[in-house]
Design a protein around this ligand. Structure first.
Ligand SMILES: Nc1nc2c(c(=O)[nH]1)N[C@H]1C(S)=C(S)[C@@H](COP(=O)(O)O)O[C@H]1N2
Ligand SMILES: [Mo]
Length: 560
């Protein structure tokens, strides 16, 4: 290595590379021109500059795309649209695995994965572009075309403008790669001595630095514009004043919340409420421009409502427990909130819709969200007198943006994926024969009433409680049928009745506890519930797909 040059080692390597070219015509001079080592350094140095050029080109492409997306439509950004396409095509088993492994960070992990793939592609194209500059740049453009195709095929894609972010990003990225690759391979024609090589290397580094700074600024401005687009939604949410309900929620009976450490809160705070959806960027809906359209088969009076029109109607307030079909036995995707909303049956009746059992033509209600998600519910269930609603409030607050602001649907007793459309904007009456909504296209069941389940909240699996009285406690649910009994079994012993907290309503979960006289050693405790129809929860274990997990929850503990 040539000592004495005040630059980083890999720049010296670059210098060695250029010197090596000259070695063919000039006698070697300096200190480190031994063939094997130098050509190794040369390759290393070439791949280092190719790698850097490719990474910067990818970074430039994504940042410019985010900038344009921020100006046009944030949801049309390449990471979001490609992520959305991946989510839509992910087989149920992989999705289940992702939810199990990464929980609610699954989307973050997906985005990191996409960035990693883009970085790798960038590196590949960067190294390629050192020898094939045009091909490298063309490669970037090709990914731009793929990105814009993904953008245009998203269900919420409104117009051709959604292709712009990917196109603009790819054009800039390709240009950056072309220029950087040119600088990276340039050998000064009349170079004489080590200095000239170093200067061309400096030219590359300077270009790389400028590119990095420009790309980072574009990305930052993009972020800023995206945040500003969301402010309309945030501001309209903050200024929304919820009307008082015409029909308030029945007061919760005293004691619905057991005083046992480690048991779930009866009412789940909004911040702790589980979230399950396919949205990579949460839809930011401005309440002022939001509309709900009701139309379709058997609708004699199609109508479109604004939020103010909905809020002017008599509202109901109800405690309802919502559950996700992807909840494993003992899983966390369940929560209870006090919801405020417009009774859905009233709106449907006004539109002329009748239940199928009363001669109505439509047996499926398809709800559509602003991001193109579709969820289908049985019209019979929605209109059978239960408190199906278009919710605007959650625990005294306007709906949080994550939970569907400004309006979401809820049907007590049905899993979320067949009832609980967030960011709803359209209700279409149709038939189960005529239309399969999003999850049904992906092999989930057309109809999915919530299965009876009991969960042990405390003790936690593998806990080591002290011998003596150990309080087993948890929740049980069978929405719209209610819970009438919970039983506990220790190891292979007899089933014993747990103590039940009062039932708030048939649409909410119910807490239970059991004072267990625990003896030292390993024990398995199991719980099962009986619903309001007298049906005992089945022992048969099923997977979550196609219509929800069944089986008993048990926990192994070691009593000390
Ligand atoms: N627009 C939209 N609504 C949706 C979904 C979705 O992916 N997109 N997921 C559904 C599912 S599977 C469930 S379980 C509930 C979850 O509601 P939460 O996130 O408020 O808990 O929302 C439902 N509504
Ligand atoms: Mo769900």
């Amino acid at each position: 290595m040539c000592v004495g040059l005040p630059v980083a080692a890999w720049i010296e390597d670059g210098e060695a590379e250029h010197s090596l070219f000259r070695d063919r015509t000039n006698p070697p001079h300096g200190c480190c021109r031994i063939g094997g080592v130098s050509s190794f350094r040369r390759i290393l140095s070439r791949s280092a500059s190719g790698t850097l050029a490719g990474l910067l080109a990818a970074f430039t492409a994504l940042s410019v795309a985010e900038l344009v997306a921020g100006a046009v439509r944030p949801a049309a950004g390449p990471v979001t649209v490609v992520g959305g396409a991946v989510v839509d095509r992910t087989p149920a088993a992989v999705k289940d695995f992702a939810i199990r492994t990464f929980g609610q960070s699954d989307k973050f992990v997906l985005q990191l994965g996409i960035l990693a793939v883009v970085a790798l592609l960038g590196v590949g194209l960067g190294v390629l572009s050192l020898s094939h500059r045009r091909t490298g740049a063309a490669g970037v453009l090709l990914f731009g075309i793929l990105g814009s195709a993904a953008a245009l095929s998203r269900p919420d894609s409104a117009n051709i403008g959604d292709a712009l972010p990917s196109i603009a990003g790819a054009l800039t990225g390709a240009l950056a790669l072309y220029i950087l690759a040119a600088k990276a391979v340039r050998v000064p024609a009349d170079a004489d001595g080590a200095g000239a090589g170093m200067w061309s290397r400096r030219g590359f580094l300077a270009a790389a630095g400028v590119t990095a700074v420009a790309a980072a600024s574009a990305g930052a401005v993009g972020r800023f514009l995206t945040a500003r687009q969301g402010q309309g939604a945030v501001a309209s949410r903050e200024s929304l004043i919820l009307p008082a309900p015409a029909s308030a929620a029945p007061a919760l009976p005293g004691g619905v919340q057991l005083k046992v450490a480690g048991i779930s809160a009866f009412t789940t705070p909004n911040a702790d409420f589980y979230r399950v959806d396919t949205a990579l960027t949460v839809p930011q809906v401005d309440a002022a421009t939001w509309r709900l359209r009701i139309h379709g088969t058997g609708v004699t009076r199609p109508r479109t409502y604004s939020l103010d029109q909905l809020l002017a109607r008599p509202l109901i307030e109800r405690d309802i427990t919502l559950t996700c079909v992807s909840n494993e036995v003992g899983g966390p995707y369940i929560g209870t909130a006090r919801w405020l909303g417009v009774p859905l049956t009233d709106l449907l009746r006004e539109a002329g819709v009748r239940r199928p059992s009363q001669g109505g033509q439509a047996d499926q209600l398809v709800a559509r969200s602003v991001d193109g998600m579709t969820l289908g519910s049985p019209v019979e269930d929605v209109m059978d007198g239960r408190d199906a609603m278009l919710a605007v409030g959650m625990n005294g607050q306007p709906l949080p943006v994550d939970h569907g602001f400004p309006v979401r649907m809820l049907v007590p007793g049905l899993y979320g994926y067949v009832s609980a459309c967030k960011w709803i904007t359209e209700i279409e009456l149709t038939t189960f024969d005529a239309y399969d909504p999003y999850w049904v296209k992906r092999k989930w069941a057309r109809k999915a009433p919530i299965k009876t389940q009991a969960r042990i909240d405390t003790p936690k699996p593998f806990a080591r409680p002290a011998a003596g009285t150990v309080t087993l406690a948890g929740v049980a649910w069978a929405q719209h049928r209610g819970i009438t009994r919970v039983e506990v079994r220790v190891d292979d012993g007899p089933w014993q009745d747990a103590d039940l907290a009062p039932q708030a309503t048939a649409d909410t979960w119910r807490q239970w506890s059991f004072p267990w006289t625990a003896t030292p050693g390993g024990h398995t405790v199991t719980v099962r519930a009986t619903d309001g129809t007298g049906q005992v929860q089945t022992e048969r274990r099923t997977r979550t797909i196609p219509d929800g997990a069944s089986g008993w929850h048990s926990v192994f503990v070691t009593v000390t």
